[in-house]
Every structure is written in structure tokens, then in C-alpha cells.
Design a protein around this ligand. Structure first.
Ligand code: NAP
Length: 254
């Protein structure tokens, strides 16, 4: 590092589990770029100060993760089209002093899903569990790629309904409470967990009971730590094709 080294990073709370610093610093070293990437644990009430601090220190940009992807939006100068439609930001770039919010989650997820499973999204009847920041990016990308039908099941039904309203111009979408998802499982071809249920350190929980999982479908989990969540372990036992969040993580970061 020299006086020319510029700052990049990721803001979240908690953040200790993140592998972003390893991935980005490895890429920066490989490409011999004059940046360093750090992890910042920013509690929600300190987000405005953290954003102002990064700006004042001349950071080139940073990633944004749980729980700041939505709450950071009013703190930025401009929001790119996809991030505006999704309603969440996962990347901030500082361009000529202007803070621009982007969302690369959906495109990263789609690339990973297609590369690893070969699925044709246009033929899929999809259950998305969760309606948070990551769900918005993934659901938008799937709907925009022509998914046949999408059901969004979420603990807080109003959040699923909000997401449904965003997607309904793109495809047929239904919003249900998490407890009602069972009745929508029989004709699904792709199940995507976008909640944090099953993420380290609480790895012994799953967003649905094993016996609810349809046999032989594709089950995808955005979590990459652990590499095989309880949901994916149980799906594998039931003969499903499984897909984890590592590829999405790599592609959204790249
Ligand atoms: P978020 O905006 O906080 O949303 C969390 C979602 O999970 C909400 O739908 C929330 O429901 C639901 N949820 C949380 N705890 C729950 C529980 N105990 N039971 C049922 N539902 C629960 O978080 P996010 O940014 O979308 O991230 C979600 C997950 O995706 C995390 O595990 C994160 O690591 C992963 N992710 C992976 C990548 C990748 O590159 N692979 C990228 C982004 C995120 P409510 O609406 O009811 O609160």
C-alpha cells in the first residue's frame, strides 16, 4: 500500500462471515490495481455517518449487505435503473464526487444458475422464499428473463406483496405468507431460498420441513456459508439438483 492506494469495502451488520475481502483483494492483487478492500461492521443507526465518512475519505466505492441494502438508498445521489426497479442497492460507486447506487445481485444470480444447472428460466414455475434485498434482485432477474410463474412466500406477507407489485408487469406473480407455501409446492420446478435461514452460525435450520420438498426439482439457496445448507442437504437426499450462492457471490462481485 502507498499514498495512492484507494479504499473499497463492504458495509453490513454483522459482517464477520463475509468472504468479500478475500475475493476482491485476491482479484485486485492479481490485476495489480491500487486498491484495498475492507469489511466495515456498521450498525443501522450509524449508516448515514458511515456513508458520509466513506465519501469524505475518497473511497472509490463499496458493497452493501444486510441490513443496509434498502436503507442506504436515500443517502445516495443517484440510483441506477435496475436498482431503482428492484428497490435495493448492493454496490455504491463514487464517480466524480457523485454517489451512484447499483444492483448486481440479479444478473450475478442468473449467470450462476444458468452456468451451473443449465436451466431455461422461461420454462420455470418458481417459488421464491423471502422478500428482502437479495430476493428483489433475484426475483427481478428471473421475471425479466421470462419465468413462467412466480410465487413469493415470506414471513412478513406485506413485503411479499410489495415485491409482487413490482414484478407483476413482467410475469404472473403470487404473494403468500411463509406458512401457506406448502400448497404452492406441487407444480414448482425451481425453489429459491433468499432468506438468511440456514446461514452460519445457525446452520441447523431450514426455511421448510424436509417432507415438503418436491422430488427431482432444482433447489437453489443464496447462502454460500455453509456451502451446503440444511435445505440443500435435504433437497439432495430427495433427488433434487442443488445450487448454492457461491456462483452468485462471484458473479455479482465481478
Ligand atoms: P434482508 O434484506 O435482511 O432480507 C432477509 C429476508 O429473510 C426477508 O425476507 C426476511 O423476512 C427473511 N427472514 C429473515 N429471518 C427469517 C426467519 N427467521 N424466518 C423466516 N424468514 C426470515 O437480507 P438479504 O440481503 O436479502 O440476504 C438474505 C440472504 O441472502 C442472506 O443469507 C445473504 O447472505 C444471502 N445473499 C447472498 C448473496 C450471494 O452473493 N450469494 C448476495 C446477497 C445475499 P421478513 O421480510 O419477514 O423480515
Amino acid at each position: 500500500m502507498t499514498t495512492h492506494t484507494r479504499l473499497l469495502g463492504v458495509m453490513g451488520h454483522p459482517i464477520a462471515h463475509s468472504k468479500s475481502p478475500q475475493m476482491h483483494n485476491a482479484a485486485l492483487t492479481h490485476q495489480q490495481l491500487p486498491y484495498t478492500y475492507l469489511a466495515f461492521d456498521v450498525c443501522p443507526e450509524r449508516l448515514p455517518q458511515a456513508v458520509a465518512g466513506m465519501h469524505a475519505l475518497g473511497a472509490r466505492g463499496w458493497n452493501v449487505t444486510i441490513p443496509h441494502k434498502v436503507s442506504i438508498m436515500p443517502l445516495l445521489d443517484e440510483i441506477a435503473e435496475e436498482a431503482r426497479v428492484i428497490g435495493a442497492v448492493n454496490t455504491v460507486v463514487c464517480e466524480d464526487g457523485v454517489l451512484l447506487g447499483l444492483n448486481t445481485d440479479g444478473a450475478g444470480y442468473l449467470q450462476s444458475l444458468q452456468e451451473e444447472t443449465g436451466l431455461d428460466v422461461r420454462k420455470q414455475r418458481i417459488l421464491i422464499i423471502g422478500a428482502g434485498g437479495a430476493a428483489r434482485g433475484v426475483a427481478y432477474a428471473l421475471a425479466n428473463a421470462g419465468a413462467e410463474h412466480i410465487v413469493i412466500a415470506n414471513r412478513t406477507r406485506e413485503n411479499a406483496e410489495q415485491l409482487r407489485d413490482t414484478l407483476s408487469p413482467l410475469t404472473e406473480v403470487k404473494a403468500v405468507h411463509l406458512e401457506d407455501m406448502r400448497r404452492w409446492l406441487s407444480d414448482r420446478t425451481l425453489i429459491v431460498n433468499t432468506t438468511s435461514v440456514g446461514m452460519a452460525p445457525e446452520t441447523d435450520v431450514s426455511p421448510m420441513p424436509e417432507e415438503w420438498l418436491p422430488e427431482g426439482v432444482v433447489v437453489s439457496d443464496l447462502i454460500y456459508n455453509p456451502a451446503k445448507t440444511k435445505l440443500l442437504r435435504e433437497a439432495e437426499k430427495r433427488g433434487c439438483v442443488i445450487h448454492n450462492g457461491l456462483g452468485m457471490f462471484v458473479h455479482q462481485g465481478a
